[in-house]
Design a protein around this ligand. Structure first.
Ligand code: FAD
Length: 291
């Protein structure tokens, strides 16, 4: 199924998985997938290691899950550091394997500040290539608090609106203040862009992790959340429970705002995602809500 069609026919719930990099991780991936598949998501996605480090793994698990399950699996694909020929080959492989959806991303340049090389700079260039290769439903990334490399919010929104004109839908980075998502959608709409923007929601499981990832992604942690993080720091189970609680609060505000879908970052852990779905009354058989 195409994700643009799914979004057109009702609110979606989707799960994002990191690709399994070791045989042990593959076992966890399959167990988590089996567990979360019971909830009946509309689609799942699998991320792509920066600069192609998981190219074959992402490809192989996406194609397998897409065949095995009754919901589509969408690969993330980044273009920075790749040649045109490499990407054309991979996208053609996806097309021939029956994959109908691709999340087209720029990707980050090398962390050490060196040049990525390759033939591409922006996600828009990858969208063009994907459109040339096949009739895919194409998603892109959106950053409610603007992309960390963007100098100005206005530029960020202008580039995002132009990117969305070429794409079918967007999935957002996670964020802690639902108002950031709402104002981005309003600003895009004022620019004539009404493509579905699916918010990304992350039930965090580690205090250090959430601080590090929020810093990297430019997602500001409100003072109230900082205080709640301080209170659970060092207690693994309390941290996990807080991650579920906060994701449920953000999710409830988003549902209230009338979002077209909800994309949950699973980080290969089923329990938190199940609880968030149960708390929000999303999907089937999510189990009893957590208190
Ligand atoms: P772009 O849309 O190309 O934008 C990048 C920057 O360039 C922005 O600042 C934008 O404003 C600016 N820009 C765009 N067009 C122009 C132009 N014409 N001229 C000047 N500036 C311009 N990374 C991974 O490595 N693997 C993944 O699987 C992955 N999955 C992701 C999933 C989601 C939902 C999100 C939100 C992000 C994901 N990322 C992933 C991270 C992403 O690759 C990085 O954030 C990357 O730096 C930006 O990608 P983009 O597609 O948003 O880039």
């Amino acid at each position: 199924a195409r994700i643009d069609d799914l979004l057109a026919s009702g609110r979606t719930v989707s799960f994002e998985f990191p690709p399994p990099k070791t045989p042990e991780a593959l076992v966890t991936f399959d167990e988590t997938m089996e567990d979360l598949a019971q909830l009946g998501p509309q689609f799942i996605s699998v991320t792509y290691g920066a600069l192609g480090t998981t190219r074959d793994t992402t490809r192989d698990v996406v194609i397998r899950v897409d065949k095995e399950r009754d919901f589509p699996a969408m690969p993330h694909l980044t273009c920075v550091g790749h040649t045109r020929a490499e990407l054309e080959e991979l996208v053609t492989h996806y097309r021939d394997a029956g994959i109908e959806n691709i999340l087209a991303l720029a990707g980050d340049p090398p962390a050490d500040g060196s040049e990525a090389g390759g033939d591409f700079t922006y996600a828009t260039e990858l969208i063009e290539l994907v459109r040339e290769v096949g009739d895919f439903s194409v998603g892109v990334a959106a950053f409610p608090e603007m992309h960390p490399r963007s100098p100005h919010r206005d530029d960020d929104l202008r580039f995002l609106a132009a990117k969305l004109a070429q794409a079918d839908f967007a999935i957002t980075q996670f964020f802690w203040d639902p108002a950031d998502y709402v104002s981005m959608v309003e600003d895009l709409s004022a620019r004539g862009c009404d493509k579905p923007i699916v918010p990304g929601v992350m039930p965090f499981t580690s205090v250090a992790g959430v601080r590090r990832m929020s810093g990297m992604n430019g997602s500001a942690i409100p003072a109230s959340l900082e205080a709640r993080l301080d209170r659970v720091d060092g207690d693994k189970e309390a941290t996990r429970a807080l991650g579920v609680e906060v994701a449920s609060e953000v999710g409830a505000a988003l549902l209230e705002a009338g979002v077209p879908g909800m994309h949950l970052y699973t980080m290969n852990r089923a329990a938190s995602v199940r609880q968030v779905c149960a708390n929000l009354g999303l999907l089937r058989d999510a189990g009893p809500p957590s208190d």
